[in-house]
Ligand binder design. Structure first.
Ligand code: HEM
Length: 508
């Protein structure tokens, strides 16, 4: 059968854009967690077929709104990916986020049993995630209306609205260090050779350490091990999918995963008031001049609220070993230093470290939800408001943490388990991430290296709580075409019942 997809090039027309573009101009967004009605799956397929052309891919210019789509294992199962095929997906995806509780440290306040969605509770299981974006709330609602949901076929389990904000809710600039990959970078620079406002400058300035091989994010491409990132397979041959050439003996004929990626979604509530009250109390208790709430909080994050790095003059941090070997500027325990330790991952081996961390990077696409605790732009006013709100504020706010990676266990889970939750990481003794660790932190410490003595603060509570989450697969467009046309794929088995052909399908 003719292979209709070239295997070497970066296939922009097949890759969903949100992976690579944060849609900073589409500030309003809604994440719609949906479940298919199993009895009406053909109707759900029709709905998907109808909306296929509206999915934003990298070859299309971005307009006033955008739609991207991802599925859980259950969703793919309902759309006809059989059990054998599902087992070609990665283990964390097959098991699901709740089953990874021990690895992720989701206990006590973070226990999946308490989540609003994504756990085992009836009515909270999710099949499909629709990520809808608009340049403003009106554009967003218009786009959602245009999707024409019919609850007989697709139920809305939960909707969480998010916004692109300059700062996350604790008051710190986020999304500074951005990972991209070689194929996207060259596509982007070719497409925008001269446009000053296209965001080119950002990409010209991106640090070389943050440009990875495509296979660290997309399935079916070469990764940092110089191997093809593992891609799930299906048994049917289809003109939408490239042929699986890895093993002629296998019954899996087509590459379903190419141009897709795993999407990790964690809804993380932030207790802003407690965070700033804690920083304030610790500062007052220390009674040291210059050590105020902002100083403590910034050391916990690893950057100043405006994003300024403790390590370098510009925002890019190339490494810690030369500039700050003892953590006197940016504490080892801080969120930023431990979630990407750069050249200090392996003690005494900076070059090896830089190479090794390349296997543990993620593309972050977090957006905030809920109303901010204060409108004050001045940080001192903001902190005052945040502390004062402690007794009155009942708002729910946080970060819809989304990241993309080709290997959940080596990338997202590795960061969460070995770096964020690990109290002994980087030679520390009892210090998990003071900002976002999911394991209970009570009884643990946060150490700020200083001279003549380091300061050691007792951690008292987690300021971030997981309230929902799931692992999704965001397929390439052709894989979605395959799913929606699956009912019309006629299978003709050969003598061994292993090979299939498809007929009569039209490409959009
Ligand atoms: C509510 C929860 C969270 C908040 C408020 C938060 C906040 C921040 C902030 C302010 C930065 C610095 C800005 C930047 O470098 O882009 C940052 C960086 C980062 N965060 Fe988080 N974060 C949260 C959760 C997480 C989680 C769950 C992970 C991963 C498991 C994570 C991974 C990272 C990484 C990899 C970086 C970039 C570090 C670097 O390359 O220098 N964050 N975060």
């Amino acid at each position: 059968m003719k292979e209709n997809i070239a295997s070497s090039q970066f296939q922009v027309e097949d890759i969903q854009s949100f992976i690579y573009l944060g849609y900073r101009d589409l500030k309003s967004s809604a994440y719609l967690l949906c479940r298919f009605n199993k009895e009406a799956i053909e109707e759900a397929r029709k709905w998907l077929k109808h909306n296929l052309n509206f999915i934003q891919t990298l070859d299309k210019d971005l307009g006033e709104n955008a739609l991207n789509i991802a599925f859980t294992k259950e969703g793919l199962g309902k759309l006809g990916i059989d059990n054998d095929e599902l087992h070609t997906f990665s283990i964390p995806f097959i098991e699901g986020m709740t089953a990874r509780q021990k690895i992720l440290g989701d206990f006590e306040q973070n226990d999946p049993a308490n989540w609003k969605w994504g756990n085992e509770k009836e009515d909270s299981a999710v099949d499909m995630l629709l990520l809808v974006f608009g340049k403003d709330p009106a554009a967003l609602e218009k786009k959602i209306d245009s999707l024409e949901f019919n609850s007989d076929h697709i139920n809305l389990v939960y909707r969480v609205d998010s916004a692109f904000r300059d700062k996350e809710h604790f008051g710190f600039r986020d999304g500074i260090t951005d990972v991209t990959t070689e194929g996207f970078l060259s596509h982007y620079l070719n497409r925008h050779p001269d446009n000053e406002h296209s965001g080119k400058a950002k990409f010209w300035n991106i640090h070389r350490d943050d440009v990875l091989k495509d296979g660290e994010v997309l399935l079916g491409y070469t990764n940092e091990y110089d191997e093809k990132s593992e891609s799930p397979l299906v048994k049917l041959e289809s003109k939408y999918l490239s042929h699986n050439r890895s093993d002629s003996q296998t019954s899996f004929k087509s590459d379903f995963g190419r141009n897709g990626t795993y999407l990790v979604f964690r809804q993380l509530d932030q207790d802003v008031s407690s965070f700033w009250s804690y920083a304030d109390e610790q500062a007052k208790a220390s009674n040291i001049e210059g050590m105020d709430a902002q100083y403590i909080a910034s050391k916990m994050v690893g950057r100043l609220p405006d994003g300024t790095s403790f390590i370098s003059k510009d925002e890019n941090i190339s490494g810690y070993v030369k500039e700050d070997p003892d953590g006197l500027k940016c504490p080892f325990a801080s969120h930023v230093r431990r979630s990407n330790p750069r050249d200090s991952m392996i003690q005494g081996k900076p070059e090896e470290s830089l190479k090794a961390v390349r296997n543990h990077r993620i593309i972050r696409r977090g957006r905030s939800y809920g109303v901010g605790i204060s409108d004050a732009r001045d940080m001192k006013e903001f902190i005052k408001d945040a502390i004062a709100a402690s007794s009155v504020d009942k708002g729910s706010r946080g970060l819809n943490f989304i990241c993309f990676n080709a290997d959940i266990s080596q990338q997202f889970e590795f960061i969460q388990q070995n770096w964020i939750n690990n109290p002994k990481f980087l030679g520390l003794y009892n210090d998990p991430d003071p900002l976002v660790a999911s394991l209970p932190v009570n009884g643990k410490t946060f150490s700020i290296p200083d001279q003549p003595f380091r300061k050691r603060l007792e951690l008292q509570k987690n300021f971030v709580t997981v309230v929902g989450g799931a692992y999704f697969f965001m397929p390439g467009l052709n894989a979605i075409r395959y799913l929606v046309h699956k009912e019309s794929i006629v299978s003709i088995s050969n003598d061994e019942g292993k090979s299939f052909i498809d007929i009569g399908l039209s490409i959009y």
